[in-house]
Design a binder for this molecule. Structure first.
Ligand code: OOG
Ligand code: MG
Length: 261
């Protein structure tokens, strides 16, 4: 029998995050045949450890939902992870590079739910009916693995590289917009580094939330009223450097920004 201590691996990844020290991916030597299911169990241990440290969940997030992201990371399936309250950075403020290992930024659309959503069989239309508001977001991801090099189970265990998130302050009703047609630019120091539209995210960002509800159902969980859900990068992720001024503009959802010091 192979040995798999899920709590030990969760602690290993949490330590890497707290110490800002990258580590070799789990599948390189610890558990070469780690399955997706086991990886979500490690993620659950990591979530429990964070809750025990007094942090609370803002909402689950989806990742690897666009072609741009799947191609960039060489991984084919969408995944989920969790955003915690201590990961939220105020719009327009500065982050410090010393708080990260090798951060990257991506532009996303976030959904704020007005009702619980419980799978299976949830559709994008049902998600839109249960969504109170949508906002723009910049997600800062910071894989705990060397060079952002991972397999699907590795990145799942690592809470989908979650690190920080900045939400825009223009709050809109989902029915006021065609979310698949929301044009998006990601600008760093005045230069557009990537662009896209909402449809890059599994055809429509609401489909991403529907997928999430259906994935959570497999572990007997659901999306909850009041949660804020990141639907996944519309753009590829761009490496951050000291002095960067980062902003994303999303048509109808305004601008969201931060700087790096
Ligand atoms: C995994 C996180 C992916 C997204 O929006 O696609 C993600 C990674 O690329 O390190 O947050
Ligand atoms: Mg993301």
């Amino acid at each position: 029998m192979r040995r798999l201590n899920k709590t030990e691996i969760a602690k290993f990844l949490l330590d890497a995050e707290l110490e800002r020290q990258d580590v070799v991916k789990i599948t390189a030597n610890k558990v070469p045949d780690l399955t997706v299911e086991e990886a979500y169990e490690i993620q659950q241990e990591l979530v429990t450890l964070k809750l025990e440290q007094g942090h609370s969940i803002v909402g689950p997030k989806m990742g690897l939902t666009s072609r741009a992201k799947m191609k960039q990371m060489n991984v084919e399936d969408p995944i989920y992870g969790y955003i915690f309250d201590n990961m939220v950075v105020q719009d327009g403020t500065a982050i410090s590079l010393s708080d990260f290992i090798h951060p990257k930024v991506e532009a996303e659309i976030a959904f704020i739910l007005g009702k619980d959503i419980e799978g299976p069989g949830i559709t994008g239309a049902q998600v839109l009916a249960a969504t109170e508001h949508v906002v723009s977001a910049l997600e800062i991801i910071d894989s705990r693995y060397e060079n952002f090099n991972f397999t699907l189970p590795d990145v799942i265990a690592d809470n989908a590289s979650s690190s920080k998130v900045v939400f825009g302050n223009l709050i809109r009703k989902p029915e006021e917009l065609e979310l698949d047609l929301v044009g998006t630019t990601l600008t760093i120091n005045g230069e557009i580094r990537d662009l896209g539209a909402g449809a890059a995210v599994v055809g429509h960002p609401a489909n991403s939330v529907a997928m999430l509800a259906n994935m959570l159902h497999r572990k007997g969980d659901k999306l909850k009223d009041g949660q804020i859900i990141l639907t996944g990068g519309i753009t590829g992720a761009v490496q951050l450097s000291n002095g960067d001024v980062v902003s994303a503009k999303l048509d109808g959802l305004g601008e969201v920004s931060f700087s790096v010091k």
